[in-house]
Design a protein around this ligand. Structure first.
Ligand code: IPM
Ligand code: MG
Length: 361
């Protein structure tokens, strides 16, 4: 039996992971996969119950599992807390403790949703890119860090630091991914200003020598942000540092129509994968059955593919989602002004995906 730990977290996390789990259960039954689920706390929910955003026993539980399915963390009630004890720290810690250095964020567009983007349909139709974000280093984790009183005034400090092995291993993930796709890697950097980026340039070039059939280009992060809205189809795989990847993956997600559609996988050397929707906890709509569960459901599809070696089951989930959208069903985040028909809630959307799954041949 493969053990899956569900960490629902805060805001809409519990409702979207509930639907993703139901989808996993339905698809597992069809494919003879034996899954055992266990739930645990992370983020604000964990702070309220245990005083810390991620307890040690939860990390231990995840270490013993095949995969982790996570909802989202954070909310306004914890916004005043210091960085060290905030809900987000739980998420950062689980990534770090499980060694999940490679964050894969695919942004592609379902044809039924081309019209939901704020960009023109001809710019959007056919977008299929993968952001490979370094997840356990860079500014997020670099030392020294903190706010201190220096010569009578407060000073804030963070450190952007990468070693060559951290860069090489994420570059390899990008080249391996590109080799299975359209064979193009764009390395995103700020080498005109940052030494760290200059090292990334060198190391990514070195790794590229092992992948003769994958083309490599380098793009400054500011112009990359611009090109993403002008010509998103030119990108295949993008590889970049933790902070740049955080920013660009939200942008990539939004041009496909809704942040509510984008899944992610975080992988490492330990064999455990963590899967989470790219959207956040959306506290404004939490608990009202308004959330779009599709990003969580598509994250479950990535779990099937990367952690359970069940690519056919993953394809079935994606196709079920695609048919539900093609039939015109929408949650609120996907609704355009000219949309006709009902707006669905989170549970009803999950029901439709399961219905489509079960009626597949
Ligand atoms: C993400 C989120 C997180 C991050 C936050 C919640 C800490 O924005 O997964 O992209 O910055 O990595
Ligand atoms: Mg983010």
């Amino acid at each position: 039996m493969d053990r899956i730990i569900v960490l629902p977290g805060d805001g809409i996390g519990p409702e979207v992971t509930r639907e993703a789990r139901r989808v996993l259960e339905a698809v597992a039954a069809r494919h003879g996969l034996k899954l055992g689920f266990e739930e645990a706390l992370i983020g604000g929910a964990s702070i309220e119950a245990t005083g810390t955003p991620l307890a040690d026993d939860v990390v231990a539980l995840c270490r013993e599992s095949r995969a982790v399915l996570l909802g989202a963390v954070g909310g306004p009630q914890w916004d005043e807390m210091p960085v060290e004890t905030r809900p987000e720290k739980g998420l950062l810690r689980i990534r770090k403790d499980l060694g999940l250095f490679a964050n894969l964020r695919p942004a592609s567009v379902f044809s039924a949703l081309v019209g939901a983007s704020s960009l023109r349909p001809e710019v959007v139709d056919g977008i299929d890119l993968l952001v490979v974000r370094e997840l356990t280093g860079g500014l997020y984790f670099g030392e020294p860090r903190g706010i201190a009183l220096v010569e009578g005034e407060r000073e804030g400090r963070n450190t952007m630091v990468y070693t060559e092995h951290e860069i090489a291993r994420i570059a390899r993930v990008a080249f391996e991914s590109a080799a299975r796709r359209r064979r193009h890697v764009t390395h995103v950097h700020k080498a005109n200003v940052l030494e760290v980026s200059q090292l990334w340039m060198q190391v990514v070039e070195e790794v590229a020598r092992d992948y003769a059939d994958v083309e490599l280009s380098h793009q400054l992060v500011d112009s990359c942000a611009m090109l993403l809205v002008r010509e998103p189809k030119r990108f295949d795989v993008m590889v970049t540092s933790n902070l740049f990847g955080d920013i660009l993956s939200d942008e990539a997600a939004m041009i496909t129509g809704s942040l509510g559609m984008l899944p992610s996988a975080s992988l490492g050397e330990g064999g455990i994968g963590l899967y989470e929707p790219v959207h956040g906890s959306a506290p404004d709509i939490a608990g009202q059955d308004l959330a779009n569960p599709l990003a969580a459901i598509l994250s479950a599809a990535m779990l099937l593919e990367h952690s359970l070696d069940a690519a056919p089951a993953a394809t079935e989930v994606r196709e079920a989602v695609s048919r539900v959208l093609a039939a015109g069903h929408r949650t609120g985040d996907l609704v355009l002004d000219d949309h006709e028909g009902d707006t669905l809630g989170c549970r009803a959307m999950g029901d439709l995906v399961i219905e489509q799954l079960e009626s597949a041949p």
